[in-house]
Design a protein around this ligand. Structure first.
Ligand SMILES: Nc1nc2c(c(=O)[nH]1)N(C=O)[C@@H](CNc1ccc(C(=O)N[C@@H](CCC(=O)O)C(=O)O)cc1)CN2
Ligand SMILES: Nc1ncnc2c1ncn2[C@@H]1O[C@H](COP(=O)(O)OP(=O)(O)OP(=O)(O)O)[C@@H](O)[C@H]1O
Length: 189
Protein backbone atom coordinates (compact mmCIF):
# COMPACT_ATOMS: atom_id res chain seq x y z
CA UNK A 1 0.00 0.00 0.00
CA UNK A 2 1.25 3.52 -0.81
CA UNK A 3 1.94 5.94 2.04
CA UNK A 4 -0.77 8.39 0.98
CA UNK A 5 -3.38 5.62 0.96
CA UNK A 6 -2.28 4.52 4.42
CA UNK A 7 -2.57 8.09 5.77
CA UNK A 8 -6.18 8.36 4.53
CA UNK A 9 -7.18 4.99 5.98
CA UNK A 10 -5.69 5.66 9.39
CA UNK A 11 -7.18 9.15 9.56
CA UNK A 12 -10.64 7.68 8.93
CA UNK A 13 -10.10 5.06 11.61
CA UNK A 14 -8.90 7.59 14.17
CA UNK A 15 -12.02 9.68 13.64
CA UNK A 16 -14.09 6.78 15.01
CA UNK A 17 -12.33 6.65 18.38
CA UNK A 18 -14.19 7.82 21.47
CA UNK A 19 -12.39 9.91 24.05
CA UNK A 20 -12.69 6.95 26.44
CA UNK A 21 -10.94 4.65 23.96
CA UNK A 22 -8.20 7.23 23.37
CA UNK A 23 -7.61 7.59 27.08
CA UNK A 24 -7.60 3.86 27.85
CA UNK A 25 -5.24 3.08 24.98
CA UNK A 26 -2.81 5.77 26.08
CA UNK A 27 -2.76 4.41 29.65
CA UNK A 28 -1.92 0.90 28.38
CA UNK A 29 0.70 2.08 25.90
CA UNK A 30 2.58 4.15 28.49
CA UNK A 31 2.46 1.30 31.03
CA UNK A 32 4.06 -0.93 28.41
CA UNK A 33 6.67 1.71 27.56
CA UNK A 34 7.56 1.96 31.25
CA UNK A 35 8.21 -1.80 31.32
CA UNK A 36 10.80 -1.74 28.52
CA UNK A 37 14.46 -1.96 29.39
CA UNK A 38 15.10 0.92 26.99
CA UNK A 39 12.88 3.23 29.02
CA UNK A 40 14.05 2.00 32.42
CA UNK A 41 17.69 2.53 31.40
CA UNK A 42 17.21 5.85 29.60
CA UNK A 43 18.24 9.08 31.23
CA UNK A 44 17.43 11.43 28.35
CA UNK A 45 14.18 10.77 26.52
CA UNK A 46 12.89 12.64 23.48
CA UNK A 47 9.08 12.65 23.46
CA UNK A 48 6.52 14.48 21.31
CA UNK A 49 3.86 16.90 22.42
CA UNK A 50 0.76 15.15 21.13
CA UNK A 51 -1.75 16.66 18.73
CA UNK A 52 -5.43 15.76 19.27
CA UNK A 53 -5.28 13.01 16.63
CA UNK A 54 -2.21 11.33 18.17
CA UNK A 55 -1.73 8.99 21.10
CA UNK A 56 -1.77 11.35 24.07
CA UNK A 57 1.57 12.14 25.71
CA UNK A 58 0.55 14.88 28.16
CA UNK A 59 -0.06 12.79 31.30
CA UNK A 60 3.06 10.73 30.60
CA UNK A 61 5.19 13.86 30.25
CA UNK A 62 3.76 15.23 33.48
CA UNK A 63 4.43 11.97 35.30
CA UNK A 64 8.09 11.73 34.24
CA UNK A 65 9.04 15.39 33.97
CA UNK A 66 10.95 15.46 37.25
CA UNK A 67 12.21 11.86 37.14
CA UNK A 68 14.02 11.74 33.78
CA UNK A 69 15.42 14.37 31.47
CA UNK A 70 12.66 14.86 28.93
CA UNK A 71 13.00 16.68 25.63
CA UNK A 72 10.61 17.83 22.93
CA UNK A 73 11.19 18.72 19.27
CA UNK A 74 10.90 22.24 17.90
CA UNK A 75 10.57 22.79 14.16
CA UNK A 76 13.46 24.77 12.71
CA UNK A 77 12.99 25.03 8.95
CA UNK A 78 13.17 21.50 7.59
CA UNK A 79 14.87 20.09 10.69
CA UNK A 80 13.93 19.55 14.33
CA UNK A 81 15.76 21.11 17.27
CA UNK A 82 15.67 19.20 20.54
CA UNK A 83 14.87 21.31 23.60
CA UNK A 84 14.49 20.34 27.27
CA UNK A 85 10.94 20.00 28.48
CA UNK A 86 11.37 21.77 31.79
CA UNK A 87 7.84 22.68 32.83
CA UNK A 88 7.98 26.20 31.44
CA UNK A 89 5.01 27.39 29.43
CA UNK A 90 5.19 26.30 25.78
CA UNK A 91 3.76 28.61 23.11
CA UNK A 92 2.08 27.18 20.03
CA UNK A 93 4.63 26.81 17.25
CA UNK A 94 4.67 25.23 13.82
CA UNK A 95 1.75 22.98 12.86
CA UNK A 96 -0.16 24.13 15.99
CA UNK A 97 2.11 22.09 18.27
CA UNK A 98 3.19 23.55 21.61
CA UNK A 99 6.98 23.76 21.50
CA UNK A 100 9.61 24.57 24.15
CA UNK A 101 11.25 27.98 24.13
CA UNK A 102 14.91 28.86 24.72
CA UNK A 103 18.28 28.24 23.15
CA UNK A 104 19.37 25.17 25.11
CA UNK A 105 19.43 22.88 22.05
CA UNK A 106 20.50 19.29 22.80
CA UNK A 107 22.44 17.11 20.36
CA UNK A 108 20.55 14.05 19.15
CA UNK A 109 23.69 12.00 19.91
CA UNK A 110 23.04 12.62 23.62
CA UNK A 111 19.51 11.22 23.60
CA UNK A 112 19.13 7.65 24.89
CA UNK A 113 15.59 6.96 23.78
CA UNK A 114 13.33 8.52 21.17
CA UNK A 115 9.59 8.03 21.43
CA UNK A 116 8.43 8.52 17.88
CA UNK A 117 4.97 9.47 16.63
CA UNK A 118 3.73 8.11 13.33
CA UNK A 119 0.62 7.66 11.27
CA UNK A 120 1.32 3.94 10.77
CA UNK A 121 3.85 1.17 11.31
CA UNK A 122 4.39 -2.29 9.94
CA UNK A 123 5.69 -5.24 11.93
CA UNK A 124 9.26 -4.64 10.76
CA UNK A 125 9.25 -1.19 12.36
CA UNK A 126 8.93 0.80 9.14
CA UNK A 127 6.80 3.88 9.59
CA UNK A 128 4.67 6.35 7.71
CA UNK A 129 4.82 9.84 9.17
CA UNK A 130 3.04 13.03 8.25
CA UNK A 131 5.01 13.23 5.05
CA UNK A 132 7.41 16.04 5.78
CA UNK A 133 10.44 13.87 6.64
CA UNK A 134 11.23 15.61 9.95
CA UNK A 135 11.72 12.42 11.93
CA UNK A 136 13.58 10.68 9.12
CA UNK A 137 16.11 13.52 9.08
CA UNK A 138 16.40 13.54 12.85
CA UNK A 139 16.72 9.77 13.28
CA UNK A 140 19.25 9.40 10.48
CA UNK A 141 22.02 10.33 12.94
CA UNK A 142 21.09 8.55 16.17
CA UNK A 143 21.95 5.24 17.76
CA UNK A 144 19.27 5.80 20.41
CA UNK A 145 16.59 3.18 20.80
CA UNK A 146 13.50 4.24 18.89
CA UNK A 147 10.07 3.28 20.21
CA UNK A 148 7.09 3.98 17.98
CA UNK A 149 3.79 4.35 19.81
CA UNK A 150 0.22 4.41 18.56
CA UNK A 151 -3.16 2.71 18.52
CA UNK A 152 -3.24 -0.93 17.55
CA UNK A 153 -4.90 -0.26 14.19
CA UNK A 154 -1.93 1.93 13.28
CA UNK A 155 0.11 -1.26 12.88
CA UNK A 156 -0.83 -2.47 9.43
CA UNK A 157 -0.53 -6.02 8.06
CA UNK A 158 1.03 -4.89 4.77
CA UNK A 159 4.72 -4.18 4.55
CA UNK A 160 5.15 -0.43 4.07
CA UNK A 161 6.97 0.52 0.85
CA UNK A 162 9.98 2.45 2.11
CA UNK A 163 12.53 4.77 0.53
CA UNK A 164 16.23 4.80 1.41
CA UNK A 165 15.78 7.81 3.75
CA UNK A 166 13.12 6.08 5.89
CA UNK A 167 14.35 5.19 9.38
CA UNK A 168 12.51 2.32 11.10
CA UNK A 169 11.82 2.06 14.83
CA UNK A 170 13.18 -0.75 17.02
CA UNK A 171 9.98 -1.39 18.96
CA UNK A 172 6.33 -0.60 18.25
CA UNK A 173 4.01 -0.37 21.24
CA UNK A 174 0.22 -0.27 21.08
CA UNK A 175 -2.49 -0.90 23.68
CA UNK A 176 -2.48 -4.60 22.71
CA UNK A 177 1.06 -5.46 21.61
CA UNK A 178 4.74 -4.79 21.98
CA UNK A 179 6.40 -5.62 18.69
CA UNK A 180 10.16 -5.89 18.52
CA UNK A 181 11.15 -5.18 14.93
CA UNK A 182 12.34 -8.32 13.19
CA UNK A 183 15.09 -6.53 11.30
CA UNK A 184 17.90 -5.17 13.44
CA UNK A 185 18.07 -1.52 12.56
CA UNK A 186 21.52 -0.62 13.73
CA UNK A 187 24.29 -1.32 11.26
CA UNK A 188 27.29 -0.96 13.56
CA UNK A 189 26.41 -3.44 16.29
N1 LIG B 1 3.08 15.89 18.11
C1 LIG B 1 3.91 15.94 17.09
N2 LIG B 1 4.95 16.74 17.14
C2 LIG B 1 5.79 16.79 16.08
C3 LIG B 1 5.58 16.01 14.94
C4 LIG B 1 4.46 15.13 14.92
O1 LIG B 1 4.20 14.38 13.97
N3 LIG B 1 3.67 15.14 16.02
N4 LIG B 1 6.46 16.12 13.88
C5 LIG B 1 6.63 15.14 12.89
O2 LIG B 1 7.17 15.39 11.86
C6 LIG B 1 7.26 17.33 13.79
C7 LIG B 1 6.39 18.44 13.23
N5 LIG B 1 5.93 18.10 11.94
C8 LIG B 1 4.62 18.08 11.53
C9 LIG B 1 4.35 17.96 10.19
C10 LIG B 1 3.05 17.98 9.75
C11 LIG B 1 2.00 18.11 10.65
C12 LIG B 1 0.58 18.14 10.21
O3 LIG B 1 -0.32 18.38 10.97
N6 LIG B 1 0.32 17.88 8.97
C13 LIG B 1 -1.03 17.88 8.46
C14 LIG B 1 -0.99 18.38 7.06
C15 LIG B 1 -0.56 19.83 7.06
C16 LIG B 1 0.15 20.26 5.81
O4 LIG B 1 0.35 19.49 4.87
O5 LIG B 1 0.55 21.43 5.80
C17 LIG B 1 -1.62 16.48 8.56
O6 LIG B 1 -0.86 15.53 8.78
O7 LIG B 1 -2.83 16.36 8.45
C18 LIG B 1 2.27 18.21 11.99
C19 LIG B 1 3.59 18.19 12.43
C20 LIG B 1 7.79 17.69 15.15
N7 LIG B 1 6.81 17.66 16.15
N1 LIG C 1 17.37 12.22 5.64
C1 LIG C 1 16.73 13.01 4.75
N2 LIG C 1 17.37 13.96 4.07
C2 LIG C 1 16.74 14.72 3.19
N3 LIG C 1 15.43 14.63 2.89
C3 LIG C 1 14.72 13.71 3.52
C4 LIG C 1 15.32 12.84 4.51
N4 LIG C 1 14.37 12.03 4.98
C5 LIG C 1 13.23 12.37 4.35
N5 LIG C 1 13.42 13.36 3.47
C6 LIG C 1 12.40 13.97 2.57
O1 LIG C 1 11.22 14.22 3.31
C7 LIG C 1 10.06 14.02 2.50
C8 LIG C 1 9.01 13.22 3.22
O2 LIG C 1 9.43 11.87 3.41
P1 LIG C 1 8.41 10.74 3.90
O3 LIG C 1 7.16 10.77 3.10
O4 LIG C 1 9.15 9.46 4.01
O5 LIG C 1 8.09 11.33 5.35
P2 LIG C 1 7.49 10.63 6.61
O6 LIG C 1 8.34 9.45 7.01
O7 LIG C 1 6.07 10.36 6.40
O8 LIG C 1 7.64 11.82 7.67
P3 LIG C 1 8.35 11.93 9.09
O9 LIG C 1 9.72 11.33 8.97
O10 LIG C 1 8.41 13.39 9.34
O11 LIG C 1 7.50 11.24 10.04
C9 LIG C 1 10.54 13.36 1.23
O12 LIG C 1 10.45 14.31 0.18
C10 LIG C 1 11.98 12.99 1.50
O13 LIG C 1 12.77 13.12 0.35
Amino acid sequence: MKKEQIRLLIRAHKALLSSEERKNSAIKVWEAVERTGAFIMAERVLLYNSLPDELDTHSFIEKWQNKKRLYLPRVNGVTLDILPCDGREMPTGAFCISEPVGTDVERIENIDLVIVPAVAYDRTGSRVGRGKGYYDRLLASTLATKIGVGYDFQVIDDIIETDSHDVPVDIVITENRTIRAIIKNKTNT
